[in-house]
Design a protein around this ligand. Structure first.
Ligand code: PT1
Length: 289
């Protein structure tokens, strides 16, 4: 299956994010309660160390978040989210000007301040539905935007996920939201099915099985976030700490269907998966990969 060479690229501030090859977004959680402890940092210094490591291992983007959105996470007050995220965004942008910094937030004010501090992408699990001010901020900054599907909110989304047909329902959702983004002049958009956000194990695997359809229909690059999630842990009976091998297997399946961005805790392993799949798909070019 070698039909995924469409040359997407996003302008991120002064840098260009080239998506002709898959790129890696490293997860930097400035939270005390994210579901995988390995991704948490609790100081600016620790964040800078983590950032340096992820960049050296091949991350193009660092996704900085200050409020967990895993199932069951409690809502974090805006002032607290700002207090966590802003110093890290500032420090990472200052120390690593080559990095593209994305802010993982659904709040307009957090996005605005992060963009003003040097972030150049917004990753929003709410698709602009939880804070009506968010999309206008993205439009004004003309920055790339990750449009993710979620059913419900982190507090309630795993109680009773229900769809008439999950792939069709999620596709319909993206078509509707893309129309709104288009009308606002937001064009650099990555599509993310939102694995684990109001979905059963069956829903998650149904979406992964049909991933290629999303790019074919929507004509946007796909972002996939499966790193150490329950999609791996519940299937294999492991904890997030033991879910790296399963995560890599899912990354390969996603890449085979044309995923362009992997949002991951483990950058080195994800970068290896990208190279393996690239070698498989372009045998003539193996030496260059
Ligand atoms: C994601 C994502 C995200 N995931 C994007 N942003 C989280 N664009 C935070 C579980 O089932 O996939 N895409 N930001 C983390 N959220 C979850 C959800 C963590 C589900 C764990 C699970 O274990």
């Amino acid at each position: 299956m070698n039909t995924h060479n469409c040359a997407y690229s996003f302008r991120c501030g002064a840098r260009l994010l080239d998506l002709s090859r898959p790129q890696i977004m490293g997860i930097l959680n400035v939270t005390p309660d994210s579901f995988y402890g390995g991704s948490r940092v609790r100081s600016v210094d620790a964040a800078l160390q983590q950032a340096e490591r992820m960049l050296s291992e091949g991350a193009a983007i660092l996704d900085i978040g200050g409020a967990s959105t895993r199932p069951g996470a409690e809502e974090v007050p805006q002032a607290e989210e700002l207090r966590r995220v802003l110093p890290v965004v500032e420090a990472v942008c200052q120390h690593f000007p080559e990095a593209i910094v994305s802010v993982d937030t659904w709040r307009a004010e957090v996005a605005r301040e992060a963009l003003a501090a040097g972030a150049s992408m917004v990753n929003d699990v709410s698709a602009g539905r939880w804070d009506e001010g968010l999309l206008p901020v993205v439009a004004r900054y003309r920055c790339p935007y990750v449009l993710m599907h979620a059913q419900g909110t982190p507090q309630t989304m795993q109680l009773a996920p229900a769809y008439s047909e999950v792939v069709q329902d999620v596709l319909d959702f993206f078509i509707q939201r893309l129309e709104i983004l288009q009308a606002m002049g937001i064009h650099d958009v990555a599509i993310d099915p939102g694995f684990g956000f109001g979905k059963t194990l069956e829903h998650n695997y149904a979406l992964l099985r049909r991933l290629a359809v999303f790019e074919a229909v929507l004509q946007r690059p796909l972002l996939v976030g499966v790193s150490r999630k329950s999609m791996v842990c519940r299937l294999l009976g492991t904890k997030p700490e033991a879910a790296l091998n399963g995560t890599t297997a899912l990354h390969v399946l996603a890449l085979m269907q044309g995923a362009r961005l992997l949002r991951v805790h483990d950058v080195r392993e994800a970068a290896e998966a990208v190279r393996i799949v690239a070698a498989y798909q372009a045998p003539g070019d193996i030496a260059a990969l």
